[in-house]
Design a binder for this molecule. Structure first.
Ligand code: NAG
Ligand code: NAG
Ligand code: NAG
Length: 280
């Protein structure tokens, strides 16, 4: 019987050792991100790293603020603090006013970026490329409970829907898979090259064209992640609040364009806990 020469076997062993080492390094680089060096040399650490019971997931929350959204952003921060989850939070402050107003905030893991002419999608891509999972929420959101258990499992990104075939970008959880990165790059490219296009329209076009056929997109249902259309039973009248919020995880005020009306609606439904003091 023909036997393979000895050096073949040696080469095989070496190959296996290399594979295991590469895998180990990659795994380590993925989990040893307790001290992530973010662009602009922001260094942060998280207490969750030392928790032996829960597997540490390197992730952050990203939101966009500006002069008009400062009070909503503060309200959002308060609601997150109430859930006692304290995720690392990056505020993309679009102007000086919002940056100044929020910079004294005592939220323990708050960092600022200014994306300037870079779109929020580019910031998102940047963090994903660092291997982080990113939860994007609009600043006019309100957290009822810790959302992270809803983002466990295998998928590329998770979004809510406006209508049967229309996905919404006001809130989304993105995992740094190669499919997510590839999708996001194309999304940004189209946004930059299609005049007058909107993020959400491009997203929906890409999804319906099945740009990435094996993309795993998870639906975040409206029961857990309601927008205004779902939360207010008499919508577009905003007088009546949803009574049972035991399954509500994160509300986002999508569909209410008017700032005053939006604030009144949140106040009416006990989602306004910002008493106007920065740095609480
Ligand atoms: C932030 O804190 C600094 C230093 O304590 C203070 O000078 C500044 O007025 C504060 N800014 C706001 C907007 O509260
Ligand atoms: C927003 O709503 C308030 C109250 O209904 C109204 O007074 C105000 O004119 C509205 N603002 C805009 C820009 O439509
Ligand atoms: C705002 O709320 C905080 C916490 O509940 C409280 O300590 C503070 O006194 C309040 N400030 C005002 C101006 O009501």
């Amino acid at each position: 019987m023909h036997r393979p020469p000895k050096h073949c076997f040696a080469a095989f062993v070496v190959a296996i050792i290399i594979l295991i080492s590469v895998g180990w390094l990659k795994w380590n680089s993925l989990i040893n991100t307790c001290n992530v060096v973010l662009p602009q040399t922001v260094v942060y650490s998280t207490a969750t790293c030392s928790s032996p019971t829960k597997q540490y997931v390197p992730r952050l929350v990203l939101t966009t603020s500006n002069e008009k959204l400062v009070d909503f952003t503060e309200n959002l921060l308060r609601s997150i603090e109430k859930t006692k989850t304290y995720p690392v939070l990056i505020v993309d402050a679009e102007d000086e006013t919002s940056l100044r107003a929020l910079s004294n905030h005592t939220y323990p893991k708050l960092h600022f970026r200014n994306s300037h002419d870079v779109s929020k999608l580019k910031l998102l891509l940047e963090y994903l490329q660092l291997g982080l999972e990113v939860f994007y929420v609009n600043a006019d959101a309100y957290w009822f409970r810790d959302p992270f258990p809803y983002f466990e499992g295998s998928f590329d990104f998770a979004l809510t829907k406006d209508r049967p075939r229309v996905w919404n970008v006001g809130l989304g959880y993105y995992k740094p898979t190669h499919r997510t990165l590839q999708f996001l790059k194309r999304w940004i490219e189209l946004l930059e090259t299609t005049k007058g296009s909107k993020e959400q329209d491009i997203l929906n076009k890409l999804l319906s064209s099945r740009y990435i056929p094996d993309l795993k997109i998870r639906l975040l249902n409206s029961e857990n992640f309601p927008n205004a259309g779902y939360f207010f039973p008499m919508y577009p009248a905003l007088e009546k609040c949803r009574i049972d919020t035991s399954d509500t995880i994160v509300f986002f005020a999508e569909y209410i364009a008017n700032h005053t009306e939006k604030k009144t609606a949140l106040q009416k439904c006990k989602m306004w806990i910002n008493n106007g003091t920065v740095g609480f």
